[in-house]
Design a protein around this ligand. Structure first.
Ligand code: 5GP
Length: 178
């Protein structure tokens, strides 16, 4: 299947996304209470979400970027997580906030949480995802914070791509199964 822009149905509008981000940010501001945070954006998909989210965070914050890939084909997870670039500073004793676009099978989230636990003794490690496809989960991982729960749809926009396209959309869309 090819995804054409005209076939996209809107799942979440720009306003809905931005309002949800403010909600998540206020929970994070409450949780961290002004303590320093290392916000780790998982590229490429989480870039829009991470950038918008950190603008609403009040604590001293450093941003880091790591790059993973897991998608085998345009629509399905390969089942393997590849660390394309995961170089990080010393995160021992730090508050770490991992920022993802979507949790699908949960393999990427599990890989990242295991990576943190194996490499650092952080003060806290929290996982925040804009979208959560709980019905697709193949691991026991749950995000500490998430924006919207969605069913089994392939979504694009706001950082999420189809063959590299549509990351620049301000909304999140999907294609209705015919
Ligand atoms: P997981 O490891 O949880 O199966 O998958 C996580 C990654 O798969 C996400 O970071 C994202 O890059 C990709 N992914 C999962 N579902 C979708 C989707 O519906 N649309 C797009 N564009 N990417 C997805």
């Amino acid at each position: 299947m090819d995804i054409k822009i005209d076939d996209l149905k809107i799942l979440f509008t720009e306003d809905e996304i931005q309002n949800k981000i403010k909600d998540i940010a206020s929970k994070l501001n409450e949780f961290y209470k002004g303590e320093e945070v290392y916000a780790i954006c998982v590229l490429k998909g989480a870039v829009m979400f991470a950038v918008d989210l950190v603008k609403h965070l009040d604590m001293p914050l450093k941003m880091e970027f790591i790059r993973l890939s897991s998608y085998g084909t345009a629509f399905s997870t390969s089942g393997k997580v590849n660390a394309v670039d995961i170089s990080l500073p010393d995160l021992n004793d730090k508050n770490v906030l991992i920022i993802e676009d979507i949790i699908d099978t949960g393999l990427t989230a599990k890989f990242l949480m295991d990576f943190m636990h194996c490499n650092f003794k952080t003060k806290s490690t929290k996982f925040c995802s804009l979208l959560d496809k709980k019905v697709c989960r193949k691991t026991e991982i749950e995000p500490d914070y998430f924006g919207f729960e969605i069913d089994e749809k392939f979504v694009v926009g706001y950082g999420l791509d189809y063959e590299g396209y549509y990351r620049n959309l301000r909304y999140i869309g999907y294609v209705e199964a015919k």
